[in-house]
Design a protein around this ligand. Structure first.
Ligand SMILES: Nc1ncnc2c1ncn2[C@@H]1O[C@H](COP(=O)(O)OP(=O)(O)OP(=O)(O)O)[C@@H](O)[C@H]1O
Length: 379
């Protein structure tokens, strides 16, 4: 599903690599936490999977495709198999909940009929039924993140990347979001989540990949936030980087197969992870120097109910809206930007269109008045 072979990423002007000779494989259906101190390379790892950045050395395969061979123009098509969720939600402030989710589908040319059935279905899945007409600023932080998740999964991506999705949320709301992500994963979507939240990682007990100074210092199944430095997930380095992925995913991807969020093959990450095989070359234990996590294991334990079905959790989340409102004091989102009628956050890039910023169109591709339609269904 995702494979890094000897991947090094050094940003221009930096002497030390952000990622240093990484080799790792993530299988279909896994739920993987990326942990490590600030600056250890988690976001860089996710950006490489998205092909937002290119490796300086090594090769990356995602869904059977060698990312090095995908042309810039084809990147938006490739990204349609991936959903992304960020810490700061990144909703369109002047569009309703419905429109925020529908927007992605419109840009990629889905039919009106498809949109009319997919959007309500997805909003129901994330527990936002009945809130279609709300504007983002009329929602709690947890609800805004649910909209962002709905937008990320509405096109039924095979992979969901989440970069600190609970970073701006209080513990109870975070628990609701994790319940939702767990449910999406149970539907077959591979999830990779970067987080500093020890309590969440300890509760979920999924595969944990720990980075330190750009290197993997731990890759452990059924693990917690802090652990012994081990590598118990099998990874065989590819001798010839040109060798394709050793599984049938290339064919599936080539055929345009997509996982169905609600119905795809079930099975937990644990069952799909490779057999335990601690390598002789396991690196020395690393000291975790991440900032003190906001959601400690104790807080998470007290934040029950945790892994109940989202239908039940919604009430809890709604009841926690006030807590969320208090927590938004720590959110770095400017409330002014969330007001309808204001200009959207143009600061991301004044040169890119909205679709380009969301990765749905190739930067510099055809604009609104072009007749050359670049967007369209992927399969
Ligand atoms: N665009 C960039 N240009 C130069 N250096 C960068 C860039 N992006 C990241 N870095 C550097 O690469 C290293 C890894 O950064 P990265 O954002 O991947 O870490 P992280 O683990 O996600 O950190 P955090 O937990 O704080 O988000 C850091 O030293 C960072 O300063």
């Amino acid at each position: 599903m995702i494979r890094f072979d000897s991947v090094t990423k050094t940003y221009p002007g930096q002497s030390k690599p952000a990622l240093d000779d990484l080799g790792v494989e993530i299988l279909r259906g896994e739920f993987v936490f990326l942990v490590g101190a600030s600056g250890s390379g988690k976001s860089s790892f996710l950006r490489l999977i998205l092909k937002e950045e290119k490796p300086s050395k090594g090769s990356i395969h995602v869904l059977g495709q060698d990312l090095g061979t995908i042309s810039t123009r084809k990147v938006p098509y490739f990204r349609r198999s991936l959903g992304v969720v960020f810490q700061d939600f990144r909703l369109l402030p002047n569009k309703t909940v419905y429109e925020n989710v529908a927007f992605t589908l419109r840009v990629i040319g889905k039919s009106r009929g498809f949109i009319q059935s997919a959007v309500p279905e997805t909003l129901k899945l994330v527990g936002l039924e009945g809130k279609e007409k709300r504007m983002p600023h009329e929602l709690s932080g947890g609800e805004q993140q649910r909209v962002a998740i709905a937008r990320a999964i509405v096109n039924k991506p095979q992979i969901l990347l989440a970069d600190e999705p609970t970073g701006n949320l209080d513990p109870v709301t975070s628990a609701g979001i994790m319940t939702l992500l767990e449910r999406i994963n149970a539907g077959g979507t591979t999830i990779i989540m970067a987080t500093h939240e020890a309590g969440i990682v300890d509760q979920m007990q999924r595969r944990v990949i720990e980075l330190s100074s750009g290197a993997i210092v731990r890759d452990q199944r059924d693990a917690g936030y802090d652990g012994q430095t081990v590598r118990d997930v099998e990874y065989e380095p590819v001798i010839d980087p040109a060798t394709p992925m050793p599984d049938s995913e290339a064919a599936a991807a080539a055929a345009g197969a997509t996982a169905t969020v609600a119905t795809a093959a079930s099975g937990s990450a644990a069952t799909t992870a490779a057999t335990a095989a601690q390598t002789d070359a396991a690196p020395e234990p690393a000291t975790i120097t991440a900032a003190a996590p906001k959601v400690t294991p104790e807080v998470m334990r007290d934040a029950a109910p945790l892994y109940v079905e989202p239908e039940a959790t919604d009430e809890v989340t709604d009841a926690a809206a006030e807590i969320t409102a208090a927590a938004t004091g720590q959110i770095q989102v400017d409330p002014e930007q969330l007001k309808p009628g204001e200009k959207p956050a143009e600061a991301a890039s004044e040169h890119l269109t909205l679709a380009e910023r969301l990765g749905l169109r190739a930067p510099g591709g055809p604009r609104r008045d072009d007749t050359d339609q670049e967007v369209g269904p992927t399969s």
